[in-house]
Write a protein that binds this ligand. Structure first.
Ligand SMILES: *[C@@H]1O[C@H](CO)[C@@H](O)[C@H](O)[C@H]1NC(C)=O
Ligand SMILES: *[C@@H]1O[C@H](CO)[C@@H](O)[C@H](O)[C@H]1NC(C)=O
Ligand SMILES: *[C@@H]1O[C@H](CO)[C@@H](O)[C@H](O)[C@H]1NC(C)=O
Ligand SMILES: *[C@@H]1O[C@H](CO)[C@@H](O)[C@H](O)[C@H]1NC(C)=O
Ligand SMILES: *[C@@H]1O[C@H](CO)[C@@H](O)[C@H](O)[C@H]1NC(C)=O
Ligand SMILES: *[C@@H]1O[C@H](CO)[C@@H](O)[C@H](O)[C@H]1NC(C)=O
Ligand SMILES: *[C@@H]1O[C@H](CO)[C@@H](O)[C@H](O)[C@H]1NC(C)=O
Ligand SMILES: *[C@@H]1O[C@H](CO)[C@@H](O)[C@H](O)[C@H]1NC(C)=O
Ligand SMILES: *[C@@H]1O[C@H](CO)[C@@H](O)[C@H](O)[C@H]1NC(C)=O
Ligand SMILES: *[C@@H]1O[C@H](CO)[C@@H](O)[C@H](O)[C@H]1NC(C)=O
Ligand SMILES: *[C@@H]1O[C@H](CO)[C@@H](O)[C@H](O)[C@H]1NC(C)=O
Length: 637
């Protein structure tokens, strides 16, 4: 037992040492003098330091980042190396001597400044080149078309440089290419359709450029594509449905472009998809019904900032790997389906459903998730279990703080023919109050409609009355009541209210003849006041009753009505101060109102006094009342 215990670690160490010897590159000195010369040239053209590339030592065995196989240089990694002070003064992309390293397989300068443009030699002379990594090298100029001749090139990384111009069509010839990263440059033009022949491509990253045009449908034939990232460009057009043939796709990022149209129905075929990021585009239309139930591998879904609409199907509760789900700032509507116990969604998920038109009762507990944001929707009723404290529920119709106004919510729900619970106050107790608020908001519309309607009504009525009164005239000639307030005689007009208790009643009918007599044929000595809409005359009726008669000129009356507008109705009540005794409507243009003479007051003042009484009696205004009001208002100006 004891012996075995001591032997085991020793055996283990021996195995490790043996493995290490196999894995470590064999320390064989550089065999070719041409290659040695080439490396020395490279050392000086890049301005590398003695510390890492000691001039006397053998490059294959001693230079940092130089890897050889059997004495031949295969890989050069200058990333992480520093230049001499002299080299830093004028760094250049001068690697011409690489042409004599004919067996070179990879050149990695990632992060090493190489200002200048990419030399042609990589594509035209390094026949064995498989890896070219120039990420973050301050490279400028354009991509040489010759790179397309690099038949073995599997990985081309040119990300985060200042490369401009368009992507050469020839890059589509890189049939062995697996990784192509051109992101973070200033590339313009479109994505070459020749990219459809990158038969072995696995990662295609073109993000953060100025690429325009549409996504070539031919990309759908890239059977091995796992990552497709064209985020943050200027791409337009719709998303080609052919992309749904990318059965191995794991990450799709089309965000921050100007893509429009709907999300292709066929996208539910992307069975491997883990990240679907299409935010900030102009997509519209509904999502395919069974999208989320088909794509159960999804971990990240970001569709925010589009114009997607339709309902959110509850299938998104059934994505077991979901970590992030953002559909905010779209036009999604409808209730959000209930979360039931057999839904497999992870508690670690972050949900953002904000700024949509979602409504109804929250049928899931907010505290269940790491974070959920439902701001800016129309959810109503109670907030279920907000214990997570990571739920944001502002600007809804919920029984919580910082919600929308009652009017806003009510309007939303009534527009859709749905019932609104009015913040839990029910439909029995508060609806009248709520309705009153709603009414008051809309009141001005009704008033405006009333005024305009009233104007039309009066014009028509005046015309009708002129005709009617001729017939009516004979019937009333001898019927004179004695009260101040009398019912409006029947037959006057069917539209006139017949409320005999109305203080604003029309009084008794007088004949034109009677009033001519009373005022001495409206002689000048009886004229009290000359007004805009008519003149005031002093007069004495047959029984010796002193009266004031108002002679209204209809033509000016109409004009005034338009001009005084709503103010008319505020002046309604002056009739209370000067009781109306009667009227005479026989004459075609001169309509007459007969008022009681008020000896104890300033007559004119009595007439113009107007209080700000409410417009309660608006609905029961008969036209004579309106006439009184209108003239009163006109006089007031
Ligand atoms: C290593 O190089 C020698 C000659 O330089 C050659 O004979 C040998 O076959 C090479 N070995 C390998 C594995 O390439
Ligand atoms: C490559 O090697 C040959 C032979 O030594 C030499 O003449 C030529 O100048 C070298 N090329 C470069 C670019 O260094
Ligand atoms: C290039 O070198 C950097 C730094 O060592 C490394 O992170 C990167 O993976 C390398 N590139 C390739 C393609 O191996
Ligand atoms: C690619 O190689 C072919 C044949 O070797 C040549 O004719 C063509 O000019 C090369 N293209 C570029 C862009 O260098
Ligand atoms: C796409 O590329 C951009 C820029 O490189 C990056 O920020 C983003 O995270 C990438 N998208 C995905 C899904 O990885
Ligand atoms: C984006 O594309 C539109 C046309 O599709 C073009 O008018 C606009 O200039 C482009 N913007 C940039 C920054 O390239
Ligand atoms: C997907 O590929 C198949 C065959 O490879 C083809 O018949 C089909 O039309 C393709 N679908 C789309 C949407 O391009
Ligand atoms: C949800 O998305 C909106 C933008 O659509 C953003 O403003 C908000 O911060 C997001 N909420 C959370 C919790 O990240
Ligand atoms: C989305 O909603 C906004 C705001 O209501 C509306 O203006 C727009 O027309 C809607 N878009 C679609 C496509 O329904
Ligand atoms: C839950 O599972 C049961 C049994 O599998 C099924 O009948 C029911 O429809 C499921 N409920 C939901 C909401 O998926
Ligand atoms: C709230 O959400 C943030 C980010 O989404 C997360 O880091 C934090 O752990 C969450 N807090 C709780 C209590 O879940």
């Amino acid at each position: 037992m004891e012996a075995q215990r001591n032997v085991l670690p020793i055996l283990f160490l021996a195995v490790i040492l043996f493995l290490l010897q196999c894995v470590l590159p064999q320390r064989v000195a550089i065999s070719s003098q041409i290659e040695r010369r080439a490396l020395l040239d490279l050392r000086s053209s890049l301005g590398l330091r003695e510390k890492e590339w000691p001039i006397k030592a053998d490059p294959c065995t001693s230079w940092l980042g130089v890897q050889c196989l059997n004495g031949t240089v295969r890989n050069i990694i200058v990333s992480g190396l520093r230049r001499t002070r002299l080299g830093r003064l004028s760094p250049r992309f001068n690697v011409d001597s690489l042409v004599n390293l004919t067996q070179l397989v990879s050149f990695n300068a990632s992060g090493f400044p190489l200002p200048g443009s990419i030399p042609d030699l990589f594509g035209s002379q390094l026949a064995h080149l498989e890896v070219l990594d120039l990420r973050s090298c301050s490279v400028s100029g354009s991509i040489p078309a010759s790179l397309g001749n690099s038949s073995r090139l599997a990985s081309l990384y040119l990300g985060n440089n200042n490369i401009a111009g368009s992507i050469p069509l020839a890059l589509g010839q890189l049939s062995n290419s697996k990784f192509l990263d051109l992101s973070g440059n200033s590339l313009t033009g479109s994505i070459p359709s020749s990219f459809g022949s990158l038969a072995n491509i696995e990662r295609l990253e073109l993000a953060s450029n100025y690429l325009s045009g549409s996504i070539p449908p031919g990309l759908g034939s890239l059977k091995g594509l796992e990552v497709f990232n064209v985020s943050d460009n200027n791409l337009s057009g719709s998303i080609p449905s052919q992309l749904s043939n990318l059965s191995r796709l794991l990450e799709l990022d089309l965000s921050k472009n100007s893509l429009y149209g709907s999300l292709p129905e066929e996208f539910k075929m992307l069975k491997s998809l883990q990240k679907m990021v299409i935010e900030d585009n102009m997509l519209d239309g509904p999502l395919p019904i069974d999208l989320f139930s088909s794509l159960i591998q999804l971990q990240v879904v970001d569709l925010s900032g589009n114009k997607l609409d339709g309902v959110l199907h509850g299938t998104f509760w059934s994505m077991p790997n979901l970590r992030f789900f953002d559909v905010s700032s779209n036009n999604f509507t409808g209730p959000v389906p209930a979360l039931s116990s057999n839904h497999t969604v992870s508690m670690a998920a972050v949900f953002n459903l904000s700024n949509n038109f979602l409504y109804g009762t929250l049928k899931f507990s907010l505290g269940r998730f790491k974070s959920i944001d439902i701001t800016g929707n129309y959810f109503q009723d109670k907030v279920v279990d907000n214990s997570g404290r990571n739920a944001t529920v502002d600007r809804n119709c919920l029984q919580a703080l910082n919600q929308r106004s009652s009017d806003d919510c009510r309007l939303f729900y009534t527009e859709r023919g749905l019932s609104f619970d009015n913040f839990g106050e029910g439909n029995k107790i508060r609806p009248r109050a709520a309705e009153a608020r709603f009414e008051s908001r809309k009141r001005w519309i009704f008033i405006l409609a009333g005024v305009l309607g009233g104007i039309c009504f009066i014009i028509i009525l005046v015309l009708v009355l002129v005709l009617l009164l001729r017939r009516y005239d004979k019937g009333i000639r001898n019927q004179r009541g004695s009260g101040n307030i009398g019912p409006v005689p029947e037959g006057d007009s069917p539209q006139l209210p017949k409320d005999s208790t109305n203080v604003d009643g029309s009084g008794d009918p007088f004949t034109y003849e009677q009033l001519l007599q009373a005022t001495g044929k409206f002689c000048g000595t009886n004229l009290i006041n000359h007004g805009h809409s008519g003149d005031l005359f002093r007069g004495v009726l047959e029984g010796g009753i002193p009266v004031v008669i108002k002679k209204i000129d209809l033509s000016s009356f109409k004009k005034e009505l338009y001009m005084t507008g709503m103010d008319l109705f505020r002046k309604l009540s002056h009739a209370r101060f000067v009781p109306l005794l009667g009227h005479c409507l026989e004459h075609e243009t001169d309509k007459l109102l007969v008022y009681k003479y008020m000896p104890n007051g300033d007559l004119a003042n009595s007439f113009y006094r107007a209080t700000n009484s409410d417009d309660d009696s608006l609905k029961s205004l008969d036209w004579i009342t309106r006439l009184k009001v209108a003239t009163g208002a006109a006089e007031g100006h």
